[in-house]
Each structure stands twice: as C-alpha cells, then as structure tokens.
Write a protein that binds this ligand. Structure first.
Ligand SMILES: Cc1cc2nc3c(=O)[nH]c(=O)nc-3n(C[C@H](O)[C@H](O)[C@H](O)COP(=O)(O)OP(=O)(O)OC[C@H]3O[C@@H](n4cnc5c(N)ncnc54)[C@H](O)[C@@H]3O)c2cc1C
Length: 416
C-alpha cells in the first residue's frame, strides 16, 4: 500500500484497521537468482536496487536475526560526503544524492535531516588539512565551507573555545550532511524491496556454502539449503566469519564500537559536531537525546557490547568540548561489530570464488554509505562489473599495495 495523505485520511476514517504489514516475512524457496546474506542496510538496499534498477526480483535477503539487528540499527545515524580522496569522494557523493531522494524513492519517511556536519580544527596544521579536504570536496562538486572560530561561536556558543589544551580555531562544515533515522532506513528498504517481490527471510542464518562444479552454488542455512546463481555477502562485522565458511581470508578485522544516548533535553545542538583533538562526535535526536560516540574499544571482538574504559574516554572527549555536558545523564549505551579493513576503505568486488561477491570493510562509516553501497553492489551482482564510482573498492588493491587510506594512518585497521 502506498503511504500518502489520502491513504492516511482513508485509514483514519476506518479506525486504522486497513494497514497491512510493511513487508512480507517470507519463507525460503529452494532457489533464487541472487541471494544476499545480511539483512542490514546494505543487504536490503542491494535487494531494492536489484529489483528496481536491474529488474531482478528473484532475490532473497537472508538475515540470521531480525532485519536491522546489526550495525544498521546501532549506529549514530550520521550521513556526509566530506571525503578527500578521489577514490572515495564520488562514491560518498552518490550516496548523499541518493539520501536526498530516498524518501520519495522508497515512499517511506526515513527522516533524512540535512542539519550540517561540522568538523572542528584546533591547530594550524589541522586547519591546513581541512582546507585541502574542503578544496578536494569542492573540486568534486561537493559543498564545503571553512569557518573561523567566530563563525563557529555563532553556531555553537556553548563549546569550550578557550580550552587550554585544545582551543577551537574553526571548523570544516558540510551543510548537506546530517542524520537519518537508521531503523527507518532498514524498514523503508525492506518494504520497497518486498513490494517488488524480494523475499526477506529473517531467523535464517547462513551456516555454510554449497559448492558445485568449482563454484559457489548456494548456502546451507538454519532453515535448509537454498541455491542461487550468485551470492552476495553483506554481513558487516561478521564478514570474516562468513568468509571463513567459504575458505576465504580477508584483510578485515572485527572491532567493537559503542554509541551513547543521554536523557532528553531541549534542542541545543543544531547539527553534528566532531571534536578534532580527540575522538568524540555529537548530535541531538528529534526526541532530545544527545547521541554521541568516540573510538573503538581497542581489541578484536564479535560481542555486540562495549566496555567501561571506552565509556570514560568518550565522556572525557565530550567534557573537553562542552563542559556543560557533564550535567546531562547518560541513558543508554550499546555496541556494534565493525568490519575494519586494513586501509579504512570498503570492498565491493567479486571474490576469487566463482559465484560469491563481497560487500564489506565499512569500518565505522558505513551507514552514510548505505544507498550507494546497495546501488553499486546491485550493479556488480547484476552486470558482473564494478560500478564507476566503486572502482577503487577492489579486493586486489591490498595485494597490489594501492591502499585507499583516507586518514593516512597506514595498514592498521583499528586506527581508521
Ligand atoms: C555504534 C556505531 C556507530 C556508528 N555510527 C555511524 C555513523 O554515525 N555514520 C555512519 O556512516 N556509520 C556509522 N556506523 C557504521 C555503520 O552502522 C555500518 O558500517 C553499517 O551499518 C554496516 O552495514 P549494514 O547496515 O549492512 O550492517 P549490519 O546492520 O551489521 O548488517 C549485517 C547483517 O548481517 C547479518 N548476518 C551476519 N552473519 C550472518 C549469517 N551467517 N547469516 C545471515 N545473516 C548474517 C547480521 O545479523 C546483520 O543484521 C556506526 C556503527 C556503530 C556500531
């Protein structure tokens, strides 16, 4: 059913008894053209674009839990396209453009809110790096503005500008950046894909791969064997585990990242702000909670929960930036498993195994990539060739030594 003001009025007159489920909770069929493993944002977006753009709807999304139970439903919802490198910038800008039209495309309120993303700088060297990044963005047609301290103070007067160790000198602003409601994105893609015939199968864990004539021909699951012409992996933090079932070793490590929400307070943060002298970022949800996060927990793990030393570290970052935040009570915190690649950039490519395709390495920036990731993975699965804006995301770049190191920190996954 289409969501519209007319349908809303019609339902209001009949006691709202006519709304159907947003998507079909399908049972597995014996075979599909394409199976996508992982019912997070990326898997569901891939299925939607396979059906909508490429006309391939004999597709199943297999999810071991419930859709959105992974990082898609655990992230801090920031979207932006403020990248420096030519291999990244056009991809994330495609994503931003897809975000800008997503609600119309999906006929679903994903609460895309372009309230701005501001990265603060605290030294001359950091300002110069931001000037370079801003110029690279503008050369790619992406909006970027460099603000001095006075301009930042007009936007965010409550920041600690005179902090003795990290005085704020200014910031790089992308006004088109902002936030989107993460679980609504999952539900919106699921609904749109399901309407086009895609089977979304929950509680269906992939436990092994079926090999036939030297190629991957299907999967074993907790709900039986399912065959497919092509299989795409979009399992984020579980990438190494699932790849291991196929005998693949990937340049990926899994790490925990935590997020935090405070009690609801009156609106005071207009957009997203990041501290440049430590790892801390902050926005405010429409319900009033401060949503914030920081660094990885610092060791490999598949546990979807975090630990106290990082809670302390993140709160210290918050206090350095906004001392008043110390008066706010923290309400909830949780963790997600990040698929950290060796250079901090993703992989969208075929694997060395015929029939098996890979979408992974999103580190902790994969939510903003959701639409473009789905778009490009669908392109790869449908046409067997990489999409133009994802050409840098080939798996063999690690063997060739052509890393896509946006941060410039080297081949150390926990630093990206
Ligand atoms: C705390 C936190 C904050 C973050 N903040 C941001 C942010 O502000 N902005 C941003 O851009 N990114 C952010 N991210 C990163 C972003 O959430 C992820 O990069 C992105 O969601 C990963 O893609 P996905 O949505 O497909 O992953 P997921 O939602 O994790 O989807 C993968 C799915 O695969 C399923 N799966 C795994 N193994 C199997 C199996 N064997 N069989 C079947 N299914 C399986 C899992 O259950 C899961 O549902 C954050 C992440 C976390 C944890």
């Amino acid at each position: 059913m289409r969501y519209s003001i007319f349908n809303l009025m019609r339902q209001a007159l009949t006691g709202h008894r006519g709304w159907g489920p947003a998507w079909r909770d399908a049972s597995p069929k014996p075979a599909y053209d394409i199976i996508v493993i992982g019912g997070g944002g990326h898997g569901l977006a891939t299925a939607h674009y396979l059906a909508k753009v490429h006309g391939i709807a004999k597709v199943a999304v297999l999810e071991k839990g419930w859709i959105g139970s992974g990082n898609a439903g655990r992230n801090t919802t920031i979207i932006r396209s403020n990248y420096l490198l030519a291999g990244n910038n056009p991809f994330y800008e495609l994503s931003m453009k897809l975000w800008e039209g997503l609600e119309q495309d999906l006929n679903y309120n994903t609460m895309v809110s372009q309230r701005g993303v501001l990265n603060l700088y605290h030294s001359d060297a950091q300002r110069d790096a931001y000037v370079r990044r801003g110029n690279a963005m503008r050369m790619h047609g992406v909006d970027a503005e460099l603000l001095d301290a006075a301009a930042v103070a007009r936007m965010l007067p409550f920041l600690d500008f005179a902090n003795a160790r990290f005085p704020i000198q200014g910031g790089l602003l992308q006004r088109r950046g902002g936030t989107a409601r993460h679980d609504a994105v999952v539900w919106g893609y699921a609904r749109a894909a399901s309407e086009r015939g895609v089977d979304i199968i929950q509680n269906c864990e992939v436990t092994d791969f079926i090999r036939q004539n030297g190629r991957i021909a299907g999967v074993q699951t907790t709900r039986g064997a399912i065959r497919a012409g092509k299989i795409g992996m979009a399992v984020a933090g579980n990438t190494s585990r699932v790849a291991h079932m196929a005998g693949l070793k990937l340049p990926i490590e899994s790490h925990v990242l935590q997020a935090f929400v405070s009690e609801a307070i009156k609106p005071f943060i207009p957009g997203v702000v990041t501290f440049g002298a430590g790892h801390f970022y902050l926005s405010q949800s429409d319900k009033g909670g401060l949503v914030f996060g920081g660094d990885l927990d610092g060791y490999n793990s598949y546990a979807q929960r975090g630990n106290l030393p990082t809670v302390e570290d993140v709160c210290e970052g918050g206090m350095s930036l906004i001392p008043a935040i110390g008066r706010v009570r923290m309400l909830r915190s949780w963790g997600g498993i990040m698929d950290m690649s060796m250079d901090g950039s993703p992989i969208i490519d075929r694997t060395p195994l015929d029939g098996l395709y890979l979408n992974a390495g999103w580190c902790y920036g994969g939510f903003k990539a959701t639409p473009a990731s789905g778009w490009c993975f669908a392109h790869l699965l449908a046409r067997d060739e990489p999409h133009d804006v994802a050409r840098a995301y080939r798996l063999d770049r690690f063997a060739r030594g052509h890393l896509l190191d946006e941060k410039g920190v080297g081949a150390q996954p926990n630093l990206h």
